[in-house]
Design a binder for this molecule. Structure first.
Ligand code: ADP
Length: 778
């Protein structure tokens, strides 16, 4: 069908009627009229949206996945309806399937043009937002959002945004890693898969510094002569990245964001942060915990702030991923006061790469990270293992410093601290010992040969007994940690190998896996021998039917820093958003222990055909505290008169506080409500019977319920993680607060009794959202 007057057609649309004459002309010029037969896919779930569409004639069906392969038709779009705008607006992947139901004529407007106009025109922006809200309400989409996002994830090649799929506009990001005598830099362009340039300047401070530069098409290595300091090294870096032959950037001022690798956050940060004077001071204040690293990281940050005062500088810490490690795993059994004064605890390191490979593993397995139990083994010249429970680090082998844990190239890992006192008594100085433990131990120390695993393997093959012993000690230590972490996780789905040795050495992997067969962990030795994953690839070396997948994933810390930088910059709120945060109080409620039951379990406890008796309504509409209570029998002690909250649910779940877990004698993990796979069970006693739940005991992750309306007002999304400030006498900032959005929810933050007591929360108290801490792409 011919389209005669596109401009008049656009004007008949309530949103586009708000466009100015020139804006309409711009849209007309960029538009394309396309004819489709019936049953043609226009946009598919999981794709990236690049266009807005308007139905000129015919009809487009909108559907989402139903049970199995059947699709659930949500609605039909007729003449004049715009679609595709939601994902165009949010930058998310397409959440629905759009398919013509009859021969149709559609008009396509490219995303940059359409959004450009909407963004420039305040009346259109407002109308656009109203349209979106309507769609959301009418289709009840928010209710289904979780399932839809999960389905989109399974369909998406980049659900965790490791390749910057969510970037709303093209952007160049620089990643900087400053050491005592080295500078590593990597430049990413969000529209391209490979970095534009990767450079390393080594031996800074000497007379023969060296510069290695790699681009997608070239590799070169040049001598720089004397490079006395970092400032001079920066000049070489700037020259290399703005070299017209490389074409990475024309001018370094193009960078809007710079991500700095910072070794130690000292427990002060829960994730990456935008650096301002205060943050810089905080990083400085914990430098004594990483004297060989943080001061150089700070120097790099200061130089970049001078070089690019307009760019956002982001600190991405090596250990914030491990902030979720529970006290049981983070505490050293030393005097409490001493630990508090000196900030002595287990912090862990390599967090950026542990998280990177975990996200990669979930992507490869097409499963949400939040459903996997994983052990990641980073085996390079430094080495650590991490236990990741449903996306959260719950233990890692490095401690307050990178000395603890595995045997490394030149560090010993776990050693009886008595050895140190013994050597001190024998007259060795602290500096001497620090040198021995950092530079002369580990593989190098045991073998007396080298810290290089390739050389050790060759020497062992030639019969060198010390080399063989070094390899055996290295592998045995890893095996021990994998065993321990499998138990800490209460099961295991995936083991990941990463780092120079982990990615490249089939011999080492095979040795580690000897003896694990009884636990369903078997590798295919042929695949293991032949696997050579390149950066960005994943290889599964487990036997096809093995219970546990074993993945090789090349490390890529730089990509993860760039991705976290992009997300952190994206979380900077406008002044208007911050005003909403500051002026909208959030009611704070303490959830005492309670239990949710399935109807079936309720009947087993209270008699066949019985239903819960509502006693009093809860803050969330439709939910109630029931008259009925249950008693709980734990391995150690009991809890009596635990309130049942109704209505009945699809699963039974008990939520208790940290203190109560001790009383019962069980150790439940911190989880989102409903995420009960692999959690401990408990015996529940009702008036008419007793049941044993196999699973379902959790410490609920603190969270805020909010309606879709509130979410729009705050500019927040379901599953965002925020910080909340409670002011007053024992004011506290709660980090790690999960946002839960549902159109039926009422604004309310839920804390458990321990958390409430810590901040002395009383009925009627409120808090304020301070900032967004974390936004999951999915
Ligand atoms: P870093 O922690 O310094 O980044 P890498 O991750 O590069 O270290 O790992 C360096 C280690 O990886 C060295 O011990 C090196 O011998 C080892 N390695 C690299 N390739 C192989 C290989 N093919 N087989 C065994 N070990 C290897």
């Amino acid at each position: 069908m011919a389209v005669n007057d596109l401009k008049a057609f656009f004007q008949s649309n309530p949103l586009m009627a708000l466009f100015s004459d020139e804006e309409l002309d711009e849209c007309v010029k960029a538009s394309e009229v396309v004819e489709f037969a019936a049953g043609v896919d226009i946009e598919k779930r999981g794709e990236t949206h690049n266009s807005s569409w308007i139905v000129y004639d015919g009809e487009v069906g909108v559907s989402i996945p139903g049970e199995g392969v059947t699709e659930e038709l949500l609605t039909k779009l007729e003449k004049g309806r715009i679609f595709g705008d939601m994902s165009v607006f949010t930058g998310n992947l397409v959440a629905f399937d759009f398919k013509t139901t009859q021969p149709s004529t559609l008009v396509r407007i490219p995303r940059p043009v359409f959004m450009g106009v909407v963004k420039k025109n305040p009346a259109a922006t407002l109308q656009f937002t109203k349209n979106l809200t309507e769609i959301v309400f009418h289709l009840g989409l928010y209710q289904k959002e979780h399932e839809i996002r999960e389905a989109a994830m399974l369909a998406s090649p980049d659900p965790y945004d490791l390749y910057f799929t969510s970037a709303s506009e093209p952007m160049k990001i620089s990643v900087i890693n400053c050491g005592s005598s080295s500078l590593k830099y990597t430049i990413f362009d969000t529209t391209q898969r490979d970095p534009l340039i990767e450079g390393t300047i080594e031996r800074i401070g000497s007379a023969d510094a060296h510069h290695k530069v790699v681009t997608p098409t070239s590799k070169k290595s040049v001598s720089l002569g004397a490079v006395p300091n970092m400032e001079k090294a920066f000049e070489f870096m700037v020259a290399a990245i703005s070299d017209p032959a490389v074409g990475a950037v024309r001018d370094v001022r193009e960078f809007k964001a710079v991500g700095h690798r910072v070794t130690h956050g000292g427990g002060l940060f829960n994730g990456p942060v935008i650096i301002d004077d205060q943050v810089l001071e905080q990083i400085r204040s914990v430098s004594d915990l990483a004297p060989l690293h943080n001061p150089y990281n700070i120097e790099g940050i200061e130089l970049f702030r001078k070089l690019l005062p307009g760019a956002k500088q982001v600190a991405v810490f090596d250990n914030t991923f491990h902030q979720t490690i529970p006290p049981a795993a983070a505490t050293y059994a030393l005097p409490r006061r001493l630990c508090a004064e000196e900030r002595i605890r287990r912090y862990g390191f390599h967090g950026t790469n542990h998280e990177y490979v975990a996200l990669n593993a979930a992507t490869f397995l097409k499963k949400p990270l939040s459903e996997l139990k994983m052990i990641t083994c980073h085996l390079g010249s430094g080495a650590s293992v991490c236990a990741i429970d449903h996306g959260r680090s719950i233990d890692t082998s490095m401690g307050m410093t990178p000395l603890e844990g595995l045997v490394m190239g030149t560090r010993p890992g776990d050693v009886d601290p008595g050895v140190i006192f013994h050597l001190l008594r024998k007259g060795r100085s602290a500096e001497e010992l620090e040198n021995i433990f950092n530079k002369d131990s580990g593989l190098k120390g045991i073998s007396g040969l080298t810290n290089d695993m390739r050389e050790l393997l060759a020497a062992a093959e030639n019969g060198d007994a010390h080399a063989l012993n070094a390899i055996s000690v290295f592998c045995y230590r890893i095996k021990k940690y994998i065993g321990a972490y499998t138990v800490a996780l209460g099961g295991l789905d995936v083991v990941v190998f990463t780092g120079g040795i982990g990615e490249n050495s089939p011999e080492i992997r095979a040795r580690i896996f000897q003896g694990f067969e009884a636990f369903g962990m078997t590798i295919d030795h042929r695949i293991n021998r032949d696997a050579r994953p390149e950066r960005g690839q994943v290889v599964d070396i487990a036997e096809p039917n093995a219970k546990v997948r074993v993945l090789l994933i090349p490390a890529d810390e730089e990509r993860m820093i760039a991705r976290n930088t992009l997300h952190t910059v994206g979380l900077v709120r406008s002044e208007a958003d911050i005003r909403v945060f500051k002026t909208t109080p959030i009611p704070l409620s303490i959830s005492a222990h309670h239990i949710h039951l399935t109807q079936e379990n309720f009947e087993l406890l209270f008699g066949r055909g019985k239903a819960m008796t509502p006693k009093s309504p809860l803050s969330q509409p439709g939910q109630f505290a029931a008259e009925e209570t249950v008693n709980l029998i734990g391995p150690k002690g009991n809890l009596e008169k635990v309130r049942i909250l109704g209505p009945a649910r699809k699963y039974s779940q008990l939520e208790i506080s940290r203190t109560e877990q001790f009383k019962l004698g069980i150790d439940p993990p911190i989880r989102d409500s409903g995420d009960i796979e692999g959690t401990p069970g408990i015996t529940v006693v009702g008036s008419q019977g007793q049941i044993h739940l196999e699973k379902g005991v959790i410490c609920a992750k603190r969270h805020i319920h909010m309606s879709t309306d509130d979410a729009l007002k705050f500019g927040l999304r379901d599953k965002d993680v925020v910080r909340v400030r409670k002011e007053g006498g024992r004011g506290l900032i709660f980090g790690d607060v999960l946002i839960r959005v549902d159109q039926n929810f009422r604004l309310d933050m839920h804390l458990d009794t321990d958390e409430g007591n810590a901040a002395e929360i009383k009925p009627g108290d409120t808090g304020y959202i301070e900032s967004i801490e974390h936004r999951r792409y999915i």
